[in-house]
Design a protein around this ligand. Structure first.
Ligand code: NDP
Length: 392
């Protein structure tokens, strides 16, 4: 019986726990551990089968080691915050456990969105015969798999890639983020960046936009160019790529609030002096904003995340769009979460399932597009994230 340790009982962790509990033939035992044990217990109470719970500070490697030595998981799914990635990877190396996450390591005081720190673990994981799978959420995650699938089946060379993330959901709140506010705001307020002809090109934050018509009744939405971490590995692994960009939709009201918060310094990630102590403004802001997990019952509408790719097959130009549409209310009915947590948590479970069943298991540290995409694509259809592909 193989056991999984899920670390982080936030919006995404709740979905991972639900989805692992739905697949008992692979996840024989489940533990959900987080800084606040009460959050784990509340999620455990929603599940159809018993799981174990624990309180752990994942930044404290000694605490992690003792938890992992007593529970003996085969894989850790890290859905805490990106700051914990390296500590959890260290604990996995020490205890001989495979590792999976959904977001690259971030140094707390600098928004970098880079894989270099985790890629530096490759030889150590390889020597110990352990697998680390990086970025097994939706974007990064499924978007990387969509690219690998298109490269395998639809293109001899892929020349242009646009990853487009549309959240057309409405939670009725004046300002809230659909996943961890600190990470979300760091990502959006950072300078934009895309890859063209072998070089990175920088843009001012949110300075480039386009209108795109989304399927399934979503309609036209404004999308903004951002830098997103999966671009870093995709430009290394896709053949013939000349340009790669990432786009995300935001409503006007969201952007107006963000601008005001930025203008007054509330999105800063460096510590400031307040009443004799240091506080980080964006962390303080997080305590005031709605918890992403609380948006589940409030959110209506759909997400549409996919990859628009152009390239050549058998000497002919080809354009292919692969995407998933997910309905916030359907997600809530199934696992009591909104679609952003759902679209991240389902691929995390699928990645762990492929590792535990030996289909995606090679010693070392890997990005998603480095594995055969076919079993992952099949599992998406089976576990709640069906996809569509169109050609022109
Ligand atoms: P939340 O803020 O809702 O949850 C994070 C959880 O991690 C909290 O329960 C928190 O515990 C726990 N945590 C934080 N620090 C520690 C620590 N030191 N030790 C143990 N537990 C800790 O975030 P989300 O669920 O929205 O996001 C989770 C992860 O998923 C993030 O890394 C995010 O970047 C990633 N993500 C990836 C996406 C993708 O598509 N690839 C999309 C969306 C999110 P407590 O509440 O007790 O403080």
């Amino acid at each position: 019986m193989k056991k999984v340790l899920i670390i982080g009982a936030g919006g995404v962790g709740a979905v991972v726990a639900h989805k692992c509990a739905q697949v008992p033939e692979v996840f024989g035992g489940i533990m959900l551990a987080s800084r606040t044990k009460a959050k784990c217990d509340a999620i455990a109470a929603q599940l159809p089968r018993p799981i174990e719970t624990a309180g752990v500070d994942a930044d404290n490697v000694t605490e992690l080691l003792s938890l992992m030595r007593s529970f003996k998981p085969a894989v850790v799914i890290n859905v805490a915050l990106p700051y914990q990635d390296l500590h959890i990877m260290d604990a996995c190396l020490e205890t001989g456990v495979d590792y999976l996450d959904t977001a690259n390591y971030e140094p707390p005081d600098e928004a970098r969105f880079a894989y270099k720190w985790q890629w530096a673990y490759h030889e150590r994981f390889k020597e110990k015969g352990l697998t680390a799978l990086l970025g097994s959420g939706f974007d990064p995650g499924v978007t990387n798999v969509f690219c690998a699938y298109a490269q395998k089946h639809h293109f001899d060379e892929m020349h242009q890639l646009d990853i487009i993330d549309c959240n057309a959901g409405d939670h009725g709140q004046p300002f809230a983020t659909n996943f961890n506010p600190e990470i979300n705001i760091r990502e959006i307020t950072a300078r934009g960046r895309y890859w063209e002809h072998g070089e990175w090109v920088e843009t001012d934050p949110l300075s480039w936009s386009m209108i795109r018509d989304f399927p399934d009744g979503i309609g036209k939405k404004k999308c903004f160019l951002l830098y997103h971490e999966e671009l870093e590995s995709l430009v290394l692994h896709l053949k013939g790529l000349k340009r790669a960009r990432f786009w995300m939709t935001f409503s006007d009201v969201y952007l107006q609030h963000l601008k005001a918060l930025e203008n007054v310094g509330m999105t800063r990630i460096d510590p400031v002096e307040f009443n004799g102590q240091k506080i980080v403004p964006v962390q303080f802001l997080k305590t005031l904003l709605p918890d992403p997990a609380s948006l589940g019952p409030l959110t209506k509408g759909k997400t549409c995340i996919g990859c628009l790719m152009r390239g050549v097959k058998d000497g002919k130009e080809r354009r292919c769009y692969i995407y998933n549409v997910c309905d916030h209310e359907d997600c809530y009915r199934e696992v009591k979460s909104q679609a952003i947590s759902y679209t991240t948590g389902v691929p995390a479970m699928i990645g762990a399932k492929l590792m535990l069943t030996g289909l995606w298991k090679t010693p070392g540290v890997w990005n998603m597009e480095q594995y055969d995409p076919d079993p992952f694509m099949q599992a998406l259809n089976r576990h709640g994230l069906p996809w569509t592909e169109t050609f022109s």
